[in-house]
Design a binder for this molecule. Structure first.
Ligand code: GLN
Length: 440
């Protein structure tokens, strides 16, 4: 397939899968070296940017996020902004004010979230690479559900300038693609120091020395609560790693089970402050009744503009930061976060990576998602949240399929700044793993 034919059929493909919120009108590749898409919470000059929220409808940023301008600078053509959960709040991309992307392997099922549209585009479009964002698993989860490779690099590796923040101490920008080699290639393009994001300025350079992984640790809590298919495919994958000479050892990671409660306290606390800037004045939605007093005006805009999940997180996050509760929740959660980091470090002293399945089940059907409570969907992230809380790089590798042909992934977590070993691992795995594409 040529770039031209991908661009020519973009509208049709999007009508089938619903992956793009906004997309290019231009069907000529021109002198583009490659085509890419980006999650819709990254600002882009030529396309509306809404982060899945009604409150940002009509927002046309006047600048590109650093990662987008770097991709353009390397010869990339931005062809679409991908559908997502509102501000990243979700696990299935179903909490969107716009279109909900459909899984390329079964249109009745979700793509995962919150970078669901990015995983879908990476799987569906030929030679495509997509930029995703992860706060608590939003790259690895959809990569696993859609059967693609995906990396969330170390916190601080990629500048967050131009990212519509969810939780500033957690947000990371990464890459999704059907080709393992793309992760290394494009992270090298978007990574690097950027004085507009001070957290990116402390990073050591990516080495690309090709040091692979010789031993992995599997936390015991990371293999609990799996569906039978995920458990079987994961066990087979461990055997396959052993047959390649990789040492596999089960380990205890006591803090593992506390990561979810700590994450949802920290993430909602930070989200609730970030969302305070959306009041119908600066960006997006502005059609309120201006004769109202300013706080009534703000409330009316926010009542209409935010979806249910955003409102739930404002309530939760405001509560956990309240005077009198702050120490009990937010401060406590930060202590747990340190325990998670310490546990990973201890394990990674003796192993090159920590390995678990990425998600405990395959992509659920939309009717199943509708029946889930908020708590059930929060709990579904128990495997992807720990590395996010620790700010450690983690990479989804497609490793098998269930009896219905739905993809299953496993997640390698490396120490801070050790992306290189993870890339090499994924490239080695790809040599023998037969990745499937859905029949159109
Ligand atoms: N599912 C998690 C949440 O809702 C993670 C989402 C993300 O990484 N943006 O917070």
């Amino acid at each position: 397939m040529t770039m031209q034919s991908v661009l020519g059929s973009l509208r049709e493909t999007n009508a089938r899968y619903g992956m793009f919120h906004a997309m290019t009108e231009d069907t000529e590749p021109g002198d583009a070296g490659f085509l890419f898409s980006a999650k819709d919470n990254l600002t882009s000059k030529d396309m509306e940017t809404c982060a899945g929220s009604r409150i940002l409808e009509g927002y046309h940023p006047v600048f590109d996020a650093t990662c987008i301008s770097k991709m353009r600078g390397a010869g990339g053509k931005l062809i679409g902004k991908t559908n997502m959960d509102e501000f990243g709040f979700g696990t299935f991309s179903a909490n969107s004010a716009y279109e909900v992307p459909r899984n390329p392997f079964d249109l009745e099922r979700a793509c995962g979230g919150s970078s669901g549209g990015s995983a879908c585009a990476a799987m569906v479009l030929e030679d495509h690479v997509s930029i995703g964002v992860s706060t608590g698993g939003s790259i690895c989860c959809p990569a696993s559900f859609c059967g693609v490779y995906g990396i969330a690099p170390t916190y601080g590796r990629v500048s967050r300038y131009g990212l519509i923040d969810y939780g500033n101490s957690l947000d990371k920008i990464g890459i999704l693609s059907t080709r393992a080699g793309d992760l290394r290639k494009y992270v090298n393009i978007i990574a690097g120091k950027d004085e507009r994001d001070p957290t990116s300025c402390m990073q050591p350079e990516l080495k690309n020395e090709g040091r692979g992984i010789k031993s992995v640790a599997v936390p015991k809590d990371g293999v609990q609560g799996l569906s039978a298919d995920v458990e079987r495919v994961f066990r087979d994958s461990l055997e396959s790693l052993r047959s390649r000479g990789i040492d596999v050892e089960e380990v205890d990671m006591p803090s593992f089970k506390y990561a979810i409660p700590a994450y949802y306290v920290i993430a909602t606390s930070e989200a609730s402050t970030n969302l305070a800037r959306y009041v119908g004045m600066r960006y997006g939605m502005q059609e309120g009744d201006l004769s109202l007093k300013f706080d009534d005006y703000f409330s009316s805009i926010r009542s209409q503009g935010f979806g249910d999940e955003a409102k739930r997180r404002i309530l939760l996050g405001t509560f956990t930061r309240m005077v009198g509760y702050r120490d009990r929740y937010y401060a406590k959660a930060r202590q747990v976060r340190q325990l998670v980091i310490d546990d990973y470090r201890k394990i990674l002293r003796n192993h090159d990576a920590v390995l678990t399945p990425t998600m405990p089940f395959v992509a659920p059907r939309f009717d199943e998602i509708e029946r889930m409570t908020a708590l059930e969907s929060y709990k579904a992230d128990y495997l992807t949240v720990p590395p996010n809380l620790a700010g450690m790089p983690h990479l989804n590798v497609p490793c098998g399929y269930d009896s219905d042909g739905m993809p299953i992934g496993m997640q390698f977590v490396g120490d801070h700044w050790s992306e290189d070993s993870l890339f090499t691992m994924a490239e080695d795995w790809e040599r023998t793993f037969e990745l499937r594409r859905p029949s159109a």
